[in-house]
Write a protein that binds this ligand. Structure first.
Ligand code: TXA
Ligand code: MG
Length: 349
């Protein structure tokens, strides 16, 4: 079932969302929009339901899921009493793209959700439709991104259908998501240390502003270490089918390098693609050139990245080059995702 929120009037919206919520309560798996990417939801207390998420995505069982709530009062059931630092972050960033890893309360969530960890990642999405659905469902909803494992996360309902049609019970379609990259996942140590396990919609800078005394320990876009603290970090994610290279350096050098490489690949008969900022878009002659928007507004690049990577796949592109960006603000999350999509092939020119 596809419920198209945009086409529904107020009254019908509630009816259709009620149908989706009832499916969730009955052990179904339903995809829904959030402000970051589309999620694939199931009742987090039900092992049968959560098992269907892993099966539909083809997700490794040792990668835990984020639990979504609509109301702070749902937290008591899921997690042990949060620290003052956790409360401060919730006050400031919820609803919003911040997942906080908290000590889990035993016996409520399906063990599949936490993948055997003593912690649970929780967030409250800043999205009207998501919040309405979560409130109607009335249960904690486990939801990873609604893509097949290893594909770019879905920023449109069409992407969900492309990957998961026939494997899930329904999709709530409310058009494009906002941020376009996943939430920031943080782990807290004591009252002062915030460890960013995955950069995302809430920037390091805004965390620092919210808690000026905090020590913020940020995950880099380098290849993950041996024993990642966030299990999801060890998997090759967001990989397009073509081979992607991330190119950094002075703009003129970047343009020269990509033009040379793409020209040579074209001469070999390969289908080529470039992900570039508006400022230099016209300088590339690859078969598929996608705009990341202006370099001075990286939010647009975040919003567009995953759809562009899917576009490359649809176009059968074999070799892709992406322009790097400064790792400031949302740029940190953007570089993290582009580096992963590149399988950490990053060249400095
Ligand atoms: O924006 C988002 O976070 C989206 C939307 C749907 O909410 N969800 C999402 O879920 O990106 P997923 O499953 O694709 O990514 C969850 C990430 C993984 O890297 C996972 O390892 C990490 O969060 N994670 C979940 N629970 C954790 C825990 N208890 N400790 C450490 N990392 C955890
Ligand atoms: Mg994901």
């Amino acid at each position: 079932t596809i419920w198209r929120v945009g086409r529904l009037e107020g009254g019908r919206l509630a009816t259709e969302l009620r149908e989706a919520a009832e499916l969730l309560r009955g052990g179904g798996v339903v995809a829904f929009p959030t402000e970051t990417v589309y999620g694939l939801g199931a009742d987090a207390r039900s092992t049968a339901a959560v098992g269907r998420i892993f099966a539909a995505k083809g997700r490794p069982a040792d990668n835990p899921l984020i639990v979504h709530i609509a109301d702070r009062r749902q937290l008591d059931e899921l997690a042990l009493s949060p620290s003052e630092l956790a409360e401060t972050l919730m006050d400031r960033f919820w609803p919003g793209p911040l997942t906080i890893v908290l000590p889990v309360r035993e016996g409520v969530l399906s063990p599949l959700v936490t993948a055997g960890l003593a912690t649970v990642g929780v967030r409250m999405p800043d999205h009207r439709t998501a919040l309405a659905l979560l409130a109607l469902a009335g249960c904690p909803v486990a939801a990873p991104s609604a893509n097949r494992s290893g594909k770019p996360s879905p920023t449109l309902a069409e992407h969900v259908i492309e990957d998961l049609d026939g494997l899930i019970d329904g999709v709530v379609d409310d058009g494009a998501t906002g941020v376009g990259l996943e939430s920031t996942v943080v782990e807290l140590a004591g009252e002062r240390t915030i460890r960013i396990l995955r950069p995302g919609g809430v920037t390091r800078e805004s965390l620092q502003l919210a808690v000026p005394g905090a020590v913020i320990d940020a995950a880099s876009s380098e290849a993950p270490e041996e024993a990642p603290r966030s299990p999801g970090m060890k998997y090759a994610h967001y990989a397009p089918e073509g081979e992607l290279e991330l190119v950094q350096g002075r703009p003129e050098a970047v343009v020269r390098y990509i033009r040379e490489q793409a020209g040579a690949a074209q001469a070999r008969g390969e289908a080529t693609g470039v992900l570039a900022f508006e400022e230099r878009l016209g300088l590339y002659a690859a078969d598929h050139v996608y705009s990341l928007g202006s370099e001075s507004e990286l939010e647009a690049a975040a919003h567009r990245l995953y759809a562009a990577l899917r576009g490359m796949d649809a176009g059968g592109v074999q070799r892709i080059w992406a322009e790097a960006c400064p790792e400031r603000g949302i740029g940190a999350a953007l570089m993290n995702r582009m580096a992963k999509a590149a399988g950490h092939r990053i060249v400095t020119v």
